[in-house]
Each structure stands twice: as structure tokens, then as C-alpha cells.
Design a protein around this ligand. Structure first.
Ligand SMILES: CC(=O)N[C@H]1[C@@H](OP(=O)(O)OP(=O)(O)OC[C@H]2O[C@@H](n3ccc(=O)[nH]c3=O)[C@H](O)[C@@H]2O)O[C@H](CO)[C@@H](O)[C@@H]1O
Ligand SMILES: C=C(OP(=O)(O)O)C(=O)O
Length: 426
């Protein structure tokens, strides 16, 4: 099993190229199921989750071909398709539930394994089911599978008003894809506003969908009879960019994040500026960029995770690593997932002073951490341990980095490129 070895204490300088977003690429790969025509995705991140999603689509009979450097893919979901997502593939990646909407909308049936919980929480899919039922699907859950189909005599889902009990990102994405091919109008109330939703909506519009209001909490979709192929550029990964911002803020240095979208990171950038980092958003011949400069010990910041445009839960662990070595106490409140403090015990192994009580973590910043062997428990927890390792005295080994590989495109190579002493070991 791969591990990362980090020798802490180096400042970071140079440039990093931010990859396409995992959380946009995954629904966009599924959107290819909505048409028999060719779909091309560019700026595809090189991630294990993308490999898994491709396997899932291949298994259904979708013809997929990746570019040699894996930065792009073409997909053709010509009939017939095996409309099934088996447990073996779904269990490793919750985003597999995103095939439900497109399969139901185009083929009228789907058999999708329940994703189950994961390290960060129980993560039910009741809202996905409720929304598809509102659009006319009949869904039974048995033997760990959602068996979904249209009633006898119907060939398409119908439009509906869907108001979810909470804001759900993949739920909104499933409804968007299903509604694009449904008969009539669908209104999504309480819709997620994450930039990845907007990127998916833009892709669907390029395929011929009629969508308005994406980026707000009410989205209108007028269903069309069919969608066509398209070429789409996956939006830059705001969470990868945010992770590098925290790494530089913690380790110190001066780094330009090429393609980084500051406009998708307002809540995180505000906190980093309050902490004392200098952050500048700009544009030049190479496109948009974010430049971050940090010297000395920053001031610890309290924050609370909420849905976009609030502070992202996917940045909580990384910012907590920064708070561990920042000046002063801070309070971090996790409101989205019930169990997203798995990194705390590992950060404590590196010397951090953290106490948790339910959804709240209280951190007392200390001047330095000390290197140790730690274990990654989930994707962003892994990233927080890497950041902590970059600032810890001596050697840190981060074990179980397959979590990191799920969602970061060559993180250690990018960090090495800006001066970190980090290597992958077997
Ligand atoms: C692939 C992808 O895009 N993953 C992101 C997506 O996950 P995901 O879409 O799974 O997260 P949701 O937005 O759905 O979850 C928000 C909250 O709603 C709850 N819930 C959700 C659906 C449902 O049917 N029932 C229910 O109770 C969840 O357990 C959670 O407490 O959004 C999360 C919240 O920003 C991010 O952390 C993940 O990185
Ligand atoms: C929780 C995450 O992803 P997923 O929903 O794919 O588990 C994440 O990206 O931090």
C-alpha cells in the first residue's frame, strides 16, 4: 500500500496547475448516459474516482476512450445499455448514485446499489429516491439495490416540483439530469448552488437541455425529447485550489495557482486573509490564477461549514491543520456530515491540541507539530495530514493514501514542484 513520506519545514514557492474538479467530472461522466451521441470531456482530472466511474460506465456497455495522458475522455452510450450499477463498484465511490437520474430518464429503468455510509457519515439517498418518485418513477429498495422503473405504459419521467428536506449536491445533479429528458417542467427548490452544479448545467445546456436558474436555489428545467453530444471543459477544482492555499498559508511561501478560481472560493479566501495570508486573484495570458503569499505564523480562524457559498465541508480538515499551528484558539463547527472529524486523532498524534464535542472542535494553536506516522481515513482527512506533515518537525509518514488518490491529481508531484520534501513510498 502506498504511503507518503514528508520532511517538514520547507517553504513553498513556484506555480501549481489546478486540475479539473472531481465533483464536476463525476456527474459529467454520468451525463454522457443521456445521449447516444459522442460526448467529449476535457480537463479531466487524473483520479482514482474517475477510473472507477469509467469502469462503471464500461460495465454498462458505454464505449469510453481516454486520451493517452488521461486529460480527456470520449464517451458513447449507444443502445443497448445494461442499466445497472453493481455493489462492487458503487461501494468504493458514493458518486456512483449519479447514474440513477440519467438511466431512468433515458432508458426508463435502473438498478443501482445503495451506496451505504462512509467514514464521514451515514450519507443516505432518501432525497434522491423521493425526487425520482415525484417525477413518476416507481422505486423499491431490496437486497441493497434501488430497483427503479417507470409505471406500465409510460416511456418517460414527467416534470415535477421537487423540494428536498436539505440541500443535496448529488441529489440536485441527479434531478437536473433526469429532468433534462422528462416530459414537461421540473422546478428544483432548495437546490444546491455549488459551482459544480453550474458546470454540469452548462454541459447539459450544450447538449440541448433547457435549464434556467442554476447557481441559485431554484432551478427550472423544461424537459426535451432528446439530447445530443457535446464537448465540455471540466471546471477547475476549487477544493484542490483551496487545499494548496491552506498548504502555503501553513508552510509559508509564495505560490501561483494556475487556473485556480478565486470566485469559487470566497469563504475560504476571506478566512485566509483574516488569518494574515495575502491572496490576489488575477488573469494573464495563461488564464485565471490565484496568488498566495504567507510569512510567519498566521492567526487562527474559527469557522462553520455550510452549503455553498458558505465555508465548504470539503475544506474543513485542511483549514483545521492550519489552525493547529496558527496563533490562538479557534472553533471549527461541522454542520454537513455527522462524523467528519476523523483527522482529529491523527493531527493529535502530530502534537496538535484539539478537543471535540459533537460537531464542534476546539483547537489551541501551537508553534510547531512533530513528525509521526499517521493514517489517512478519508479524502480530505488525508489532505489535512499532508499539510500538517509539511509543517511538522522531522519526518511524517501518511499511510493509506489511496484515499488521497481518489480525489487529488498527483498531489505529491505538485507539492514537490513548489519545493516540498515529499515522496511516495511503497
Ligand atoms: C461527488 C460529490 O459531489 N460529493 C460532494 C457532495 O456529496 P453528496 O452530494 O453526497 O452530499 P449531499 O450534499 O447530498 O449531503 C448533504 C447532507 O445531506 C444528507 N443527505 C443527502 C442526500 C439524501 O438523500 N439524504 C440525506 O440525508 C447527507 O447525509 C449530508 O448530511 O456534496 C458534499 C457536501 O458539499 C461534499 O462533501 C462532497 O464532496
Ligand atoms: C466527500 C467527498 O467526496 P465524495 O462525496 O465523493 O465522498 C469529498 O470530495 O471531499
Amino acid at each position: 500500500m502506498d504511503k507518503l513520506r514528508i520532511n517538514g519545514g520547507r517553504t513553498l514557492t513556484g506555480e501549481v496547475l489546478i486540475s479539473g474538479a472531481k465533483n464536476a467530472a463525476l456527474p459529467e461522466l454520468c451525463a454522457a448516459l443521456l445521449t447516444p451521441e459522442l460526448v467529449t470531456l476535457n480537463n479531466l482530472p487524473r483520479l482514482q474516482d474517475v477510473v472507477t466511474m469509467r469502469k462503471l460506465l464500461d460495465n454498462m456497455g458505454v464505449q469510453t476512450q481516454t486520451r493517452e495522458d488521461r486529460s480527456g475522455i470520449t464517451l458513447k452510450a449507444a443502445d443497448p445499455i445494461k442499466a445497472e450499477a453493481p455493489y462492487e463498484l458503487v461501494k468504493t465511490m458514493r458518486a456512483s448514485v449519479l447514474v440513477l437520474g440519467p438511466l431512468l430518464a433515458r432508458f426508463g429503468h435502473a438498478r443501482v446499489s445503495l451506496p451505504g455510509g462512509c467514514a464521514i457519515g451515514s450519507r443516505p439517498v432518501d432525497q434522491h429516491i423521493k425526487g425520482m418518485q415525484a417525477m413518476g418513477a416507481e422505486i423499491v429498495v431490496e437486497h441493497g439495490y434501488m430497483e427503479a422503473r417507470l409505471p406500465m405504459g409510460r416511456t418517460r419521467l414527467h416534470g415535477a416540483r421537487i423540494a428536498t428536506d436539505m440541500v443535496t449536491v448529488t441529489g440536485t445533479e441527479n434531478f437536473l439530469m433526469a429532468a433534462a429528458l422528462a416530459q414537461g417542467e421540473t422546478v428544483l427548490e432548495n437546490a444546491a448552488q455549488e459551482p459544480e452544479i453550474g458546470d454540469l448545467a452548462e454541459m447539459l445546456i450544450a447538449m440541448g437541455a433547457k435549464i434556467e436558474g442554476h447557481g441559485t436555489s431554484r432551478i427550472h428545467v423544461q424537459g426535451v425529447d432528446s439530447l445530443h453530444g457535446c464537448t465540455h471543459q471540466v471546471v477547475a477544482d476549487r477544493i484542490e485550489a483551496g487545499t494548496f492555499l491552506c498548504a502555503v498559508a501553513a508552510a509559508g511561501g509564495d505560490v501561483v495557482l494556475r487556473h485556480g478560481r478565486a470566485d469559487h472560493l470566497d469563504a475560504v479566501i476571506d478566512k485566509l486573509r483574516e488569518a494574515g495570508a495575502e491572496i490576489e486573484a488575477g488573469q494573464d495570458g495563461g488564464g485565471v490564477f490565484i496568488r498566495v503569499r504567507a510569512t510567519g505564523r498566521l492567526k487562527a480562524q474559527s469557522f462553520r461549514t455550510t452549503e455553498y457559498p458558505g465555508f465548504p465541508t470539503d475544506m474543513q480538515a485542511q483549514f483545521m491543520a492550519l489552525n493547529c499551528i496558527a496563533d490562538g484558539p479557534s472553533k471549527v463547527t461541522e454542520t454537513i456530515f455527522e462524523n467528519r472529524f476523523m483527522h482529529v486523532n491523527e493531527l493529535v498524534r502530530l502534537g496538535a491540541h484539539i478537543q471535540t464535542d459533537g460537531k464542534v472542535a476546539i483547537i489551541e494553536g501551537i508553534p510547531r507539530l512533530s513528525g509521526a506516522t499517521v493514517m489517512a481515513t478519508d479524502l480530505r482527512a488525508s489532505a489535512s495530514l499532508v499539510i500538517a506533515g509539511l509543517v511538522a518537525e522531522g519526518e511524517t509518514i501518511v499511510d493509506r493514501i489511496y484515499h488521497l488518490d481518489r480525489g487529488y491529481d498527483q498531489m505529491e508531484a505538485k507539492l514537490r514542484g513548489i519545493g516540498a520534501d515529499i515522496e511516495r513510498i511503497k
